[in-house]
Design a protein around this ligand. Structure first.
Ligand code: P6P
Length: 336
């Protein structure tokens, strides 16, 4: 008998054996995984599928939408709206929340997603991905509205991403550590390839868009300059740099071998706290990183403790190997 453990079996065991998740959440996660398989298939077609290039439209962030951004968003909405697990969904690609239509039963969960993160990489065949986060509906008998989504990241009941790269890999937590599943295209199913993922607490690798260096605040300038000084500088070791400009791909590298990822506030748009979105990028990634033994802050506080005030709000992000995140964060906090 094959020793392969499918995502379905892993989730059943999380439900039955570990008692970590109820059946409704297990079924929701199975639907999300199936949607990611469909997105992976569309991404893999590339030019052959006529899915590259711009959709000639902008999203709520004012960013030009790629055709695949819209396709991925539609796949996730259509896959999840009828199952009875959700009350509503929210997406980077939609300004307002999507309340499950009355023709379908409503469930107790809220699903948020960036359907295709890193889409500037689509046309140049570099890894991209889907990021998702699941919250429980607040217990009250009124209808669902945007305010129900505005819960701190520590309230998440599931979070994950699917990276569409040389392999299609789903990375998931339900609060019992992090597991990785690789898509077996012959079987058409996600197979468990790593569980209890642990991020090394130290690293020699940082990920940041260096072209923005002159715009950073002083603490970030200090941290990166010290890394650049290498073994002759205050850090006493040389560092490597990576920047894929696809958060899912940069985070997956960190989940796999450690590192620190930074997208800090900068003075190009001083009224924005950062570029990345809190609800469906930073929060799910922060929970995954913490569940794997890493840390995630906005330079001042734990990302998962931030009380959201708007669905599409942005946040500064420092995440990855615990000791590096703590050091970079300490440079932001004035010594008392
Ligand atoms: P920049 C992709 O657009 C994204 O939201 C993240 O996936 C990525 O880390 C970041 O923006 C890249 O931003 O400014 O380097 O293009």
């Amino acid at each position: 008998m094959s020793s392969k453990i499918s995502l379905s079996r892993y989730l059943v065991e999380q439900q039955r054996v570990a008692g970590h998740i109820p059946a409704e959440l297990r079924l929701l996660l199975e639907v999300v995984a199936r949607a990611c398989k469909s997105i992976s298939h569309a991404v893999n077609k590339g030019a052959l599928g006529g899915v590259l290039g711009s959709a000639e439209s902008e999203n709520v962030q004012g960013e030009v939408q790629k055709k695949l951004d819209i396709i991925a968003n539609e796949v996730l909405i259509e896959a999840n709206e009828w199952g009875g697990h959700l009350a509503a969904m929210a997406s980077e690609e939609m300004e307002a929340i999507y309340v499950v239509p009355n023709r379908y039963p409503k469930g107790e969960y809220l699903l948020m997603f960036d359907p295709l993160d890193g889409s500037s990489n689509i046309d140049v065949n570099v890894s991209i991905g889907t990021i998702f986060s699941v919250l429980r509906m607040p217990e009250d008998d009124r209808g669902v509205d945007e305010g129900d989504f505005l819960q701190p990241g520590r309230q998440q009941v599931a979070a994950g991403y699917c990276v569409y790269g040389p392999q299609t890999t789903l990375v998931l937590t339900v609060g019992d550590g992090v597991a990785m599943f690789t898509l077996d295209r012959e079987q058409g199913s996600f197979v468990l390839t790593q569980e209890n993922v642990r991020i090394p607490e130290d690293t020699r690798e940082f990920a940041i868009n260096m072209s923005n260096m002159r715009h950073w605040d002083e603490p970030v300038q200090r941290y990166i300059n010290e890394c650049l000084q290498g073994k002759d500088g205050p850090r006493g070791k040389d560092f490597n740099m990576r920047w894929i400009a696809s958060m899912v791909a940069d985070v997956h590298r960190i989940m796999t071998r450690g590192g620190v990822f930074m997208y800090p506030w900068d003075k190009r748009e001083p009224n924005k706290p950062g570029k990345l979105r809190l609800m469906y990028e930073a929060n799910p990634m922060a929970w995954l990183i913490e569940q794997a033994g890493g840390a995630a802050t906005n330079g001042h506080q734990r990302i998962l403790d931030i009380q959201p005030s708007a669905l599409h709000e942005r946040v500064s992000v420092i995440l990855g190997s615990k000791n590096e995140v703590e050091l970079a964060t300490s440079y932001h906090t004035p010594k008392v």
